[in-house]
Design a protein around this ligand. Structure first.
Ligand SMILES: CC(C)(COP(=O)(O)OP(=O)(O)OC[C@H]1O[C@@H](n2cnc3c(N)ncnc32)[C@H](O)[C@@H]1OP(=O)(O)O)[C@@H](O)C(=O)NCCC(=O)NCCS
Length: 210
């Protein structure tokens, strides 16, 4: 084991004391690849074997909790920021390099979800109805975002507020997701539209929408 490895293990153990744990089954400390940034670790709840790669930034606050379940991986320079809302990332899910995940209206990511690099998950919108007021002073709305188990979010995808993505869905690279996505759908484009369903699955009779 080289010095860098040793230091990062010592740091991870030290940090372990300030994080919260999801439950009392959690015994395995996180792995830190290099320098990472954390805020309000008492509101960051970890499962076993969570991995933070170099530059990962996880910012909770006094109101917003961030829950990272067993075997979650936060890749290089990804930013997870609660901004007053709760964020849950389920078991074995991963957030790719340089992705940003904000929490305002709440974000719930299921298990085995792959979020590729450069994605933006943004559960809030500024009000724009009153043209006499700067948008920065209009009230914002935040409904939250859900991503079902086993979904794959391609690189550079943007997911907007209020969207619920079903289980096993595929979101094509570069898509902007503005509407709900049914289970096992493959969607792509700006705005994202259904290309087809994964083999063996068909469209539900009534596609749930926002
Ligand atoms: C969505 C995706 C899985 C679809 O793959 P596929 O089923 O093989 O789809 P096809 O290549 O047969 O394309 C079907 C149609 O959708 C279009 N399409 C595919 N991906 C698209 C995308 N990301 N955005 C817009 N249109 C897309 C194709 O141009 C094609 O259109 P056409 O029928 O008019 O020619 C794939 O294109 C994709 O985006 N993968 C993500 C890759 C990635 O982000 N990797 C990161 C590593 S984790």
């Amino acid at each position: 084991m080289n010095l860098r490895h040793l230091l990062s293990r010592v740091l991870a153990r030290r940090l372990w004391l300030s994080f919260s744990r999801i439950n009392n089954q959690v015994k395995k400390p996180p792995y830190l690849e290099g320098l990472c940034l954390f805020k309000h670790p008492q509101n960051i709840y970890l499962g076993n074997r969570v991995r933070f790669l170099r530059g990962a930034t996880v910012l909770a606050d006094l109101k917003g909790r961030i829950i990272l379940e067993d075997d979650v991986i936060i890749s290089r320079f990804a930013v997870i920021e609660s901004i007053g809302g709760n964020i849950r990332i389920g078991k074995r899910s991963g957030v790719g390099d340089f992705s940003n995940l904000y929490g305002q209206g709440g974000v719930d990511i299921g298990e085995d979800v792959m979020i590729a690099s450069g994605c933006r998950i943004v559960p809030t919108n500024h009000g724009i109805d009153d043209p006499s007021l700067p948008i920065s002073r209009q009230p914002s709305s935040s409904k939250g975002i859900k991503i079902g188990n086993g979904t794959w979010v391609g690189t550079n995808v943007v997911i907007l507020d209020g969207v619920s993505i079903g289980i096993g869905a595929v979101i094509g690279a570069g898509s902007v997701v503005t509407r709900n996505v049914p289970d096992y759908a493959i969607v792509a484009g700006v705005p994202a539209k259904i290309l087809r369903f994964r083999p063996g699955f068909t469209a539900p009779k009534l596609i749930p929408d926002n």
